[in-house]
Design a protein around this ligand. Structure first.
Ligand SMILES: NC(=O)c1ccc[n+]([C@@H]2O[C@H](COP(=O)([O-])OP(=O)(O)OC[C@H]3O[C@@H](n4cnc5c(N)ncnc54)[C@H](O)[C@@H]3O)[C@@H](O)[C@H]2O)c1
Length: 256
């Protein structure tokens, strides 16, 4: 893809799943990748896959809920690569202790709300606040956030998760509206059911059957289905695309 080679990107949540897929794809395209995650061993494994395939990557342990570690991630990336050209926000707290207790409004503990919003929404606010000044200095940069098909409103459960993801859609538009004229692009992917490590581990057969029944496709999603779209949105091929939220999920939603 045009405009990825030699550019540096942070994948914030790149240990497994969609983020790991994006890191690998960016590496294949000749980009310099900072694979960042709270799962440091997973980030290291992803970075090793990138370098093993001939690309350039570093692994950085960080926590989306911790301002200091987000700042350190950005400082470390620029020190390593000498540049910073964009960000893929993809981390989310999908732990059983958090999303596993996220049901409906009446039954969901406020602590689950706090944790979910702190990581899934404020985490993206923290990374963008740390990255954006550098992109503005260059007069160019691309940010791709990750929300969810759940943000579109059909899921009767996961109230905190889906609210956090709907807010990520709006955060995406806010960035584009304010800084598009300064050369900053901000877009968002809303995945359907994508079988990364976390979903394979959960192996929710009922969810998989329901998804396929609602979709217009022959299979469930794979991380590479998202990685290609995210890489495209980060690249110069997408330089006229800004402020968009794209559902990538086998057409189980049809949007205008
Ligand atoms: N896979 C799907 O079906 C699906 C569907 C809709 C939306 N999504 C979204 O896509 C993104 C990626 O999901 P995935 O399926 O690849 O899951 P995943 O579990 O493989 O990836 C999430 C990553 O976020 C990291 N993370 C969690 N808490 C963190 C924190 N506090 N700080 C830094 N990193 C943290 C995890 O360690 C993990 O590597 C998430 O934002 C998720 O909400 C996924």
């Amino acid at each position: 893809m045009r405009g990825l080679r030699g550019k540096a990107f942070i994948v914030a949540g790149g240990a497994t799943g969609i983020g790991a897929g994006t890191a690998r794809r960016l590496g294949e395209e000749g980009a310099l990748v900072a694979v960042a995650d709270i799962n440091t061993a997973g980030a290291e494994a992803t970075a090793e896959r990138v370098t093993g395939a001939g690309g350039r990557a570093i692994a950085v342990g960080f926590d989306l809920s911790d301002d200091k570690s987000v700042q350190e991630l950005v400082t470390r990336t620029i020190a390593e690569f000498g540049t910073l050209d964009g960000l893929h926000n993809v981390g989310a707290d999908l732990s059983p202790d958090n999303i596993g207790r996220d049901t409906n409004l009446l039954d969901t503990d406020p602590e689950v709300w706090r944790r979910t919003l702190d990581v899934n929404l404020l985490g993206y606010v923290r990374t963008v606040r740390a990255v954006l000044p550098h992109l503005l200095d260059k007069g160019a940069g691309s940010i791709v956030n990750t929300s969810s098909g759940g943000s579109l409103g059909n899921d009767p459960s996961h109230v905190a998760y889906n609210a956090s993801k709907a807010a990520v859609n709006q955060l995406t538009r806010h960035i584009a509206v304010n800084w598009g004229n300064a050369g900053i692009r901000s877009n968002c992917v809303m995945p359907g059911l994508v079988m990364g490590e976390t979903q394979e581990r959960q192996n929710d057969q009922e969810l998989q059957r329901a998804f396929i029944a609602a979709a217009r496709t022959t299979r469930l999603g794979a991380p590479d289905d998202l990685a290609s779209v995210v890489s495209f949105l980060l690249s110069d091929e997408a330089e006229w695309i800004n402020g968009q939220t794209w559902y990538i999920g086998g057409a189980s939603h049809l949007r205008q």
